[in-house]
Design a protein around this ligand. Structure first.
Ligand SMILES: *Cc1c(COP(=O)(O)O)cnc(C)c1O
Length: 382
């Protein structure tokens, strides 16, 4: 299903200006010809193990399971170095950037987790790093802004639009077009080809591990798997290892915001297919078909676009996507903290909330991806 030209059925592709086409074609070719080489694999896998701390555990959440009435395992991406799944992709792409001889790394960030992961990778490889971040996100994720600065990155506030992730992506793309010697380290399963392909590959370690781990402890595949969906990277990372197993039901939890348009970030639930920020996928649009600003309590889910592969999986009926409201997410955030001593990121709390609703007294076996830890959200009034 992972087409080499970056299309997923009618979705995906690369809708970009000529100047970018040259850079991204070079990037796609470079990725294809290097990523599976023994040297690259050895360095990537060693860093995942010794720097990121992989494999991340698959934890049987007994108290939560008893509370819900189904057996729930948590995939602990929150335990990764820097506190989320974003580091898997940042490490993979920075190795590509280094091989390509990039002199500067740029990135966009919403919750700040991708910015922190990128700044971290840049610090240990001693490459200068600029992170574009919406002014609203800078305020609501202040802890991560301080972390990025401590790591030596320059955080650039984007005040255009709604001051959130979509505007940060625009700013990063603009800078990349003007500075072709930089490397744009995109953080989610979105944007033009080859980004979804690269990000999906680097995140697939989540699902590969989870599949082995559940088979080892339960001797069978789960009945259902859950992940939250911002751009879709942690979700595709988990889902990709289970797509061919028709017995495994696949669920994505979107940032529902208030629960209806326009105050929502639930792109697959409320959007329409269109071209947005370099790719064709679902997008939240107004009556005239123009992209609108999304709204979610979770900065990492607050994006009007979505991965082209999730769009495809939705239309094929292979995966199902549902909005989780801000208040449902906050409830799950508090519940998991109290029941299990695990404070999930407010983004990940959406996946927990959807599992809580679906699995009530069903006696099923499920995996929920905890994409990140919630320290960054503790000081907010929720
Ligand atoms: C960025 C982020 C997300 C959303 O991004 P995806 O690409 O959809 O995974 C979810 N959870 C956490 C903790 C994040 O930092």
């Amino acid at each position: 299903m992972l087409a080499t030209d970056g299309t997923y059925g009618e979705f995906g592709g690369a809708y970009i200006p000529e100047v970018l086409a040259e850079q991204l074609t070079k990037l796609a070719e470079f990725f294809d010809s290097n990523v599976l080489k023994a040297d690259f694999q050895k360095e990537f896998i060693t860093l995942l193990k010794t720097y990121v701390g992989r494999p991340s555990p698959l934890y049987l959440a007994k108290n939560l399971s008893r509370y819900v009435g189904s057996t729930i395992y948590l995939k602990r991406e929150d335990l990764n170095h820097t506190g989320s799944h974003k580091i898997n992709n940042a490490i993979g792409q920075i190795l590509i950037a280094k091989l390509m001889g990039a002199k500067e790394i740029i990135a966009e960030t919403g919750a700040g987790q991708h910015g922190v992961a990128t700044a971290t990778a840049c610090a240990f490889l001693a490459v200068p790093c600029k992170v574009f971040m919406g002014a609203v996100d800078i305020q609501r994720q202040a802890l991560n802004v301080r972390r990025m600065e401590l790591l030596g990155a320059e955080v650039i506030a984007t005040t255009a639009g709604s001051g959130t992730l979509k505007d940060a992506v625009d700013a990063a793309l603009g800078y990349y077009i003007e500075n072709p010697t930089s490397y744009y380290l995109l953080g989610s399963h979105v944007g033009p080809h080859p980004y979804p392909k690269m990000v999906g590959y680097f995140q697939s370690v989540i699902g590969e591990e989870a599949r082995q781990q559940i088979l080892a402890v339960e001797g069978r595949l789960p009945d259902a798997i859950y992940a939250c969906i911002g751009g879709g990277s942690n979700a595709i990372g988990l889902f990709s290892s289970f797509l061919k197993d028709s017995s495994v039901a696949i669920y994505g939890a979107e940032g529902g915001g208030s629960g209806s348009l326009p105050d929502t970030a639930a792109t697959l639930s409320f959007g329409r297919p269109t071209v947005f920020q370099g790719t064709r996928s679902y997008c939240l649009v107004d009556d005239a078909g123009n992209p609108i600003a999304s709204k979610s309590i979770a900065a990492g889910l607050d994006y009007p676009g979505i991965s082209p592969q999730h769009a495809y999986l939705k239309d094929q009926g292979r995966a199902q996507y549902a909005p989780i409201t801000d208040s449902e997410a906050v409830e799950a955030y508090k519940l998991l903290s109290k029941l299990e001593g695990i404070t999930p990121a407010i983004e990940s709390s959406h996946a927990v909330a959807l599992a809580l609703k679906d699995l009530k007294d069903k006696g099923l076996l499920a995996i929920v991806n905890v994409s990140g830890r919630g320290d960054k959200d503790v000081e907010r009034d929720m």
